[in-house]
Ligand binder design. Structure first.
Ligand code: ZN
Length: 608
């Protein structure tokens, strides 16, 4: 067994593990860590330049005697885990630490939701030119800082300088090589990140926020506390209504303005709102119910947009949920606009409930304003008096629609349901009544369908009637059957053929013109659209025109695929997405027959 080196370097503050081991190699003259540690088992795993180096118990065995650092100390001071751990559950953190101690990294990022967030692919190797000079002066050597490697950090939080980045394509397969940021080879492949004057402030705040998380190395936060704190921040911007619901439109507008201060490339391209009218779904998830793991950058971006620091996010406070009182005061500052909307919509005949849904202000608040504005709002009774209850009951028995009853009696829909719930006999009576109505309408539909020469079993309601109304069905089938047989003999096939072929052409045309994702035009689909499936199945020999028309209108699989692909390409282009053959086929929901996307696409293009 290898006993480890006789001496080792003192780690620098915020240095990545990869940087520390690279410096050691450079000093001792070994070409790789593997050689430096005499081919130690799993050495590749902790020397890689990665967010979560693994097999650290092995490293502890080698280095603890000379550095006094154990695996946990390495994780806390020299890996990126402290940045992630506040937003992980204690169980997730325990599993992750165990895996980093003694296993390889397989499946680790997947479990943490990093792959799902699709931010992981934007992990870059970065450095701050000013830090390099300063490190050289203070420590005698420049090194890789953890903070610069975090996604979303484009500016050094210590020097407010844009970071430099190593060309991703060049460094991609060199994760095991012991580079240091001052290497000439590396500088030939580094470029400075473009940060405009508008983006500088926001990017600096984000970097400082990321630094406060990484540096704090705190335990997992309680998800509900974080959510409540975020909601509190949203409330301070009047983005939460008095009933605790998010005001989606103002939220989307606020975010659209916020994201204008951020770049739209690299990791930020995954986070931007698609439109100014809709908040990104990841933000709604964090504010509503953050299930599963979310990338810390999600939390930090939202916190920054809401003007919250990491302390605001982490500390549990009491009495955070919005109360109608403080919301009302927020709203009064905007009363002018609200009063106008309320007046306009009320005069258009909208109810307070409908106006509440649009403005995000509660019905009771709107009611107060309406009274202040002198609008004649009919107050709903707060107690259901016996007379009113009887009135509702009568109308229910008369079979009126619930919404109509609510309107007639001046009560809410909920009150109608409440009366229904209170009286068991009424409920039973009504369900009997509804069953009868249902049966009547099914019988009528059956007769009409049967009259159109459909066989009894092909009628939509046959199965229901067979189960629930068998006697009536038997009698009816028997009677209509005789009439129908007579009529069948008199079918004018030539006329039907002409008429139906015309309808097939029109149907195929309208299917082709239908907006959205194209559907395959087949005999089955046209049959369903024209309610003529049975005719197409059994009587096509009697309908020569129809059969020609169907042949001409229906698509082969390849024809259909070509049409789908045209649509998919157009759609992807309007979304300004760059795409290859595989993405195109996936978006078009087409599985290439031979399994090779590019060759199948070429075949389709050649045949077109
Ligand atoms: Zn710096």
């Amino acid at each position: 067994m290898d006993t480890g080196p006789g001496f080792f370097l003192a780690p620098f503050p915020d240095e990545t593990l990869h940087s520390l081991l690279s410096r050691y190699c450079r000093l001792t003259g070994f070409a790789s860590v593997r050689q430096a540690f005499n081919d130690v088992e799993h050495g590749y795993s902790f020397t890689r330049n990665t967010s979560f180096p693994c097999h650290l118990k092995e490293l502890e065995r080698l280095l603890k005697p000379v550095t006094g650092l154990d695996a946990n100390a390495f994780i806390s001071r020299h890996t990126l885990l402290p940045y992630f751990q506040p937003f992980m559950s204690p169980e997730q953190l325990a599993i992750t630490r165990r895996q980093m101690h003694s296993r390889n990294g397989q499946g680790l990022k997947m479990r943490l939701g990093l792959i799902a967030s699709s931010l992981e692919r934007y992990v870059r190797v970065r450095f701050c030119p000013v830090c390099l000079a300063e490190d050289d002066q203070i420590h005698g050597q420049a090194y890789w800082h953890r903070i610069h490697q975090l996604p979303g950090v484009w500016i050094c939080p210590h020097h407010v300088q844009p970071l430099s980045i190593i060309e991703p394509a060049w460094i991609r397969d060199k994760a095991k090589r012991c580079f240091l940021p001052t290497d000439d080879e590396l500088h030939a492949h580094s470029l400075s990140l473009e940060v405009s004057a508008v983006q500088r402030d926001t990017l600096y705040r984000l970097a400082a926020l990321s630094w406060s998380v990484l540096d704090r190395d705190c335990d997992p936060l309680q998800p509900h506390v974080v959510q409540q704190n975020l909601l509190c921040g949203a409330q301070a911007h009047a983005l939460v209504s008095s009933n605790g619901r998010l005001r989606l439109m103002p939220l989307a507008e606020m975010l659209a303005i916020y994201f204008k201060g951020l770049p739209s490339t690299e990791e930020f391209s995954r986070l931007l709102p698609v439109s100014a009218k809709q908040a990104p779904s990841w933000i709604l998830k964090l504010l509503r119910k953050p299930r599963g793991a979310h990338h810390p950058l999600h939390y930090l971006l939202l916190a920054d947009a809401l003007g919250l620091s990491f302390d605001h996010l982490a500390v549990q406070r009491s009495g955070q949920m919005p109360t109608s009182k403080n919301i009302t005061t927020t709203v009064t500052t905007k009363t002018d606009g609200l009063a106008r909307t309320l007046k306009e919509m009320y005069s258009e005949g909208r109810s307070l409930r409908q106006i509440a849904a649009v403005t995000g202000v509660s019905v009771s608040t709107l009611h107060v304003y309406a009274v202040q504005l002198g609008l004649r709002v009919r107050a709903r009774p707060s107690i259901l008096l016996p007379v009113l209850r009887q009135q509702i009951r009568d109308q229910l028995i008369a079979g009126k629609a619930f919404s109509e009853i609510a309107k007639n009696c001046g009560v809410s829909l909920t009150s109608v349901y409440r009366v229904l719930r209170m009286e068991a006999d009424l409920k039973n009576m009504l369900s009997g009544l509804r069953l009868e109505q249902d049966r009547e309408s099914r019988r009528l539909r059956f007769i009409m369908e049967r009259e159109r020469n459909t066989t009894a079993r092909a009628c939509a309601d046959y199965a229901w009637l067979y189960r629930n109304d068998r006697d009536w069905l038997k009698e009816k089938v028997h009677r209509i059957g005789r009439i129908a047989r007579k009529r069948t003999a008199a079918v004018d096939w030539a006329r039907l053929d002409k008429e139906l072929s015309r309808r097939i052409r029109a149907c195929a045309w309208s299917l082709r013109a239908r907006p959205g994702k194209p559907l395959r035009i087949s005999i089955a689909r046209i049959g369903r659209e024209l309610n003529s499936s049975i005719l197409f199945e059994k009587k096509l020999p009697k309908l020569p025109r129809c059969s020609l028309e169907l042949k001409a209108s229906c698509e082969s699989k390849d024809q259909f695929h070509r049409r789908r692909l045209e649509w998919a390409a157009k759609e992807l282009r309007t979304r300004k997405a760059s795409f290859g053959a595989a993405t195109l086929l996936r978006f078009a929901a087409i599985r290439p027959p031979a399994g090779n996307a590019a060759s199948y696409l070429m075949k389709l293009i050649k045949e077109a």
